[in-house]
Design a protein around this ligand. Sequence first.
Ligand SMILES: NC(=O)CC[C@H](N)C(=O)O
Length: 232
Amino acid sequence: MKSALVVFPGTNRERDAERALTLVAGAKVTKVWHSETELPSQTDLVVLAGGFSYGDYLRCGAIAARANVMAAVQAHAKRGGLVLGICNGFQILCEAGMLPGVLVRNAKLRFVCREVRLRVERADTPFTRAYRKGEVLRIPVAHGEGNYTADEETIREIESEGRVAFRYARPDGEIDETDGPNGAINGIAGIYSETHNVLGMMPHPENYIEPAIGPTDGRGLFESLSSAFKAA
Ligand SMILES: NC(=O)CC[C@H](N)C(=O)O
């Protein structure tokens, strides 16, 4: 699997993403600077890593969404190519209009850096096939603007189309809307595009992949990508 890892000024999780992609998914990773207008040929997966692109000015991801490289990322997604946006990457995908809705400031107006529980809403996508539906994962978050919201009709649409990827949950799997890290509507932690080839999520699966460091619940996402790619 060939993966393009897009880097903007202020991205800071690209090494973590690269490590997970190579170590767990066995991907060949090429870093792509934001000013590029093309992706490396035969890119299978585009990853937008976490961080503070353009210092989070205006709104997280708003400036990065207008970078040169984003036209190529959009074209890749339109062709059915896989795109994964983690944290700031999710914010960029929303700001670019590739995913609906927006990430606004955390309800308690504080940066939250801690482990959360995530419920896997479906296990039949290229990003989640190594998990079980309803499985509860331990994954860390680190963000100030992770409060997912959208107008009522959009929320109805993404809910009825099965486009919620993960929700903040309690250990027993109950949705954690009030005690969640950021106040996201319906506990939404990640969503898919209409055709499920684009995933944006606030938590960082790339940071929970190595037993020497801690929990490894993030591995499933990278294992899923590698197995989906082999099957294709
Ligand atoms: N870890 C990250 O990607 C940070 C995301 C974003 N800059 C925020 O604080 O909301």
